[in-house]
Design a protein around this ligand. Structure first.
Ligand code: TXA
Ligand code: MG
Length: 320
């Protein structure tokens, strides 16, 4: 009984729960978030606890609009311009915290920066407005696992430990937001996501070299750049040339691969937007004990394909 249809009444119930430090599963255009009052150390601690998330990995803080964002972080011409272009939308900006920023220290992992975004989803925006406070919201999955793109996915992750999940249907984008660090010059993409690098570069010009991928031997530059992430329970391998016994296939576009136990094609027509929307649900669908593993075709490394391949590489990375 935890999935609620959004209405004035259920939004008020969810907002009241958030104001007393409770957590709520909520839809965004990217993936579902595990929301808590970002100004409450107790609520933020509960998010880390429920996700099993390492405390050095800071959370994204969701706000209603640029005006609310400016109460938390310092904006300059470049960040304001980007916000005006891309918010609401799947872009998260890492900015210097204001000295009077009320966000819980735990949410920013003690850093002097804060990651902000305005989600492009009516239910998320209505919820923030109803609470009247910024919402910390990592993806609503246990740390390291596949991100949720439906309310049912969230329910399967947390069961009775999360009594309120607002149902906003399937997420339109299907991949997390792009995280861009605007405290440096040039700015740097810390996580590929729903807004392409090309779009960001077109708005603000030059970007620093991309952060090394999961197989880089150097320490991760963004706390959240952990090598193994988005991982299904089954072992996942990339770029199959043939089927191994009992394996399922995550396919893309036209291909000649045969002999798999099951096949889910992210987009038969080779459309990257469609593939992004379906990626996480497809990984969950194939993650079944009757298969021996999942073989995943990579997608073209352009546009949204960069973020899709990033998720696939991390899903395939060695686990601790
Ligand atoms: O689309 C999304 O971004 C979803 C939806 C729910 O909004 N949220 C999400 O949050 O993916 P999360 O917590 O799973 O990812 C936050 C990412 C991590 O990679 C984290 O390391 C990075 O943002 N991050 C957060 N604060 C940061 C900071 N101050 N400096 C650098 N990276 C930061
Ligand atoms: Mg996540």
């Amino acid at each position: 009984m935890s999935i609620l249809t959004p209405s004035d009444d259920t939004l008020q119930v969810a907002a009241a729960h958030l104001r007393t430090g409770g957590l709520v599963g909520f839809p965004t255009e990217t993936v579902y978030g595990l929301g808590g009052d970002a100004t409450s150390e107790r609520a933020v601690a509960a998010i880390f606890e429920l996700k099993g998330r390492p405390r050095f990995n800071p959370l994204i803080v969701h706000v209603s609009n640029l005006k609310m964002a400016e109460t938390l972080a310092v904006f300059d011409r470049r960040s304001r311009f980007l916000a005006q272009r891309q918010w609401p939308g799947p872009l998260t900006m890492v900015l210097k915290k204001r000295p009077d920023c009320p966000v819980a220290l735990l949410a920013t992992a003690g850093l002097d920066t804060v990651a902000l975004r305005v989600p492009d989803h009516p239910v998320a925006l209505a919820l923030i407005a109803a609470v009247g406070r910024p919402l910390a919201g990592p993806s609503a999955n246990r740390s390291g696992a596949v991100s949720p793109t439906t309310a049912e996915h969230v329910e399967r992750e947390f069961g009775r430990h999360l009594p309120i999940i607002l149902d906003g249907g399937a997420c339109r984008v299907g991949l997390e937001s792009t995280v861009v660090d605007l405290t440096r010059n040039p700015a740097a993409i810390l996580r590929a996501g729903g807004v392409t690098t090309e779009t960001i570069a077109a708005a603000i010009g030059e970007l620093a070299d991309p952060v090394p991928g999961p197989d880089a031997e150097t320490a991760p530059r963004a706390p959240g750049q952990l090598a193994s992430h988005y991982a299904p329970r089954l072992k996942l391998r990339l770029d199959p040339t043939e089927a191994q016994p009992g394996e399922a296939l995550l396919a893309f576009g036209q291909h000649a691969l045969e002999g798999f136990e099951a096949v889910v094609n992210l987009s038969e027509s080779g459309n990257l937007t469609e593939a992004a929307t379906r990626l996480f649900a497809a990984l969950r669908e194939l993650d079944r004990p009757e298969f021996s593993g999942i073989a995943a075709m990579m997608v073209p490394e352009r546009g949204l394909g960069v973020a899709i391949n990033d998720r696939l590489r991390r899903a395939a990375a060695p686990r601790k």
